[in-house]
Design a protein around this ligand. Sequence first.
Ligand code: TZP
Ligand code: MG
Length: 220
Amino acid sequence: MDYSLYLVTGRHLLPPGVDYYESLEESLKGGVTVVQVREKTEDTRAFVEIAKRTQEICSRYKVPVIINDRIDVALAINAVGVHLGQTDMPYETARQLLPESAVIGLSVSSPEEARTASKLGVDYVGIGPIWWTTSKTLQKDVIGVRGVGAILSALSPQIKAVGIGGVKQNNLIRTLHGGVAVSGRGLDGIAVISEIVSSPDPCTTAQRLLRTILSFIERP
Ligand code: TZP
Ligand code: MG
């Protein structure tokens, strides 16, 4: 899977009056390589509906869809996989419930969590929050590029790594570069919400981000 430019959805961060599906399609035109549907709603029916339509649009661009937290929603729409936080369903349980081919990602914020993720054999980790952000209520301090480096050093080399949290065009190169300097390995991709979702032109923003990312990361 190509993790280069990993879009996490955030409908509440869309500019006023902008349709979620139109914005999504623009970002796909701009080159987003994977989409995680992140819905913090109690309304399961609405989540399934949004995930299904997101999947339909993404499939036209051959872009895989990952579901945040909800194994049932992932199964319902036949998503490529799920993304789990540290307090979501345990990885082993999710692995048992999902098809063998499912991609399972885990959020990590420390070298210790990275070591555990390595032992579990998750498919990828989301490392963060790297920079301060208002897109999520942060429970932890930001880790900065040194934190990314320490986590990459603790992570098994087979496990893919995506950086998340406050990544913008103006700190992208520092983000991509920082981890490498400390650990000798780089990130496999960058995940963003607001930089793309809140952009007045998600297509151009995604294009610019991807161009910079691909000057650091070799596409699989
Ligand atoms: N996990 C750690 S930070 C974050 C998530 C979901 C929010 C990232 O959003 P943004 O707008 O790219 O800072
Ligand atoms: Mg979660």
